[in-house]
Design a protein around this ligand. Structure first.
Ligand SMILES: O=c1ccn([C@@H]2O[C@H](COP(=O)(O)O)[C@@H](O)[C@H]2O)c(=O)[nH]1
Length: 269
């Protein structure tokens, strides 16, 4: 079964389109977890225990795991999420010349890789640079209009024919979707662009980051992020660091935050 069919099943089972971002910043972990062999894994396991009923997906960002212990923590995390029946989207924003991209694509492998079910990729090196991802079963989310303040610096630029760069990326990604495994990343902090992209590509599911800590538009995330009910709205810090005290109660606070955001998202579904 392809990634988006599995995601659709998970969305039905949990009545949720919430993606819980697993970005375990070592400087923000509860103090008592630093006694563990792998503090990030100890943290993620507790977050998953507290949030999985509300999670359509987990989204670890590779930036928080790019060291030997981090890699181990990530593999444990993916296996544990799978044990709870939750798919995992690795936010790695990869792409490179073919030879290197093939190496990056092994990140998705169960043997030696992370065993993640989907990945984010950068479109700016062109189709061949992401072909090793497109040709797998895994979901491939192409960066289209990012949520950061500078997201428009290049992505909003008008091309000679009057189309914006992010619009061209959306149409290209639609062309690249030969196996039905392509989605787009469009930030909730850019609701007008979200609407424009949805008009261009009615059938592609979006990953919409930027609600919560970045203050993005929750209603627009749902209205434009879903294609036939399938898509993901992500919050990372707003859920995993919802507990202020950095004490034992952090996971409970995360669970409550996930439940709250799921309900809020569902008001617009
Ligand atoms: O356009 C983008 C693409 C990716 N991200 C990533 O999503 C999470 C958001 O974290 P919050 O704590 O909810 O702000 C993080 O991993 C980003 O790198 C994004 O924010 N915007």
């Amino acid at each position: 079964m392809g990634f988006f069919d599995r995601l659709a099943d998970r969305i039905d089972a949990t009545d949720s389109v919430l993606s819980v971002g697993l970005d375990p910043d070592l400087n923000r972990l509860p103090d008592h977890l630093h006694d563990h062999d792998l503090p990030r894994w100890a943290f993620n396991r507790r977050i998953i225990d507290a949030t999985h009923d509300h999670a359509a997906c987990y989204k670890p960002n590779a930036a928080f795991y790019e060291d030997p212990d981090g890699w181990r923590a990530l593999r444990e995390t993916v296996a544990y999420a799978h044990g709870k029946d939750v798919p995992v989207l690795l936010d790695a924003k990869r792409a490179d010349i073919g030879n290197t991209a093939r190496q990056y694509a092994t990140h998705l492998d169960a043997a030696g890789g992370t065993a993640a079910d989907a990945i984010t990729v950068n479109p700016y090196l062109g189709r061949d640079s992401i072909e090793p991802f497109l040709s797998q079963e895994a979901g491939v989310f192409v960066l289209c209009r990012t949520s950061n303040p500078g997201g428009g610096d290049l992505q909003d630029r008008e091309l000679a024919d009057g189309e914006c760069l992010y619009e061209r990326v959306a149409r290209l990604a639609d062309d690249w979707n030969e196996r039905g495994n392509v989605g787009l990343v469009v930030g909730a902090t850019a609701p007008e662009e979200l609407e424009a992209v949805r008009d261009l590509v009615p059938d592609l599911p979006f990953l919409v980051p930027g609600v919560g800590a970045q203050g993005g538009d929750v209603e627009a995330a749902i209205e434009y992020g879903l294609a036939d009910g399938v898509g993901l709205v992500n919050s990372s810090r707003g859920i995993i660091f919802a507990g202020e005290d950095r004490g034992e109660g952090f996971a409970r606070a995360a669970g409550e935050a996930a439940k709250r955001l799921k309900r809020r998202l569902n008001e617009y579904r």
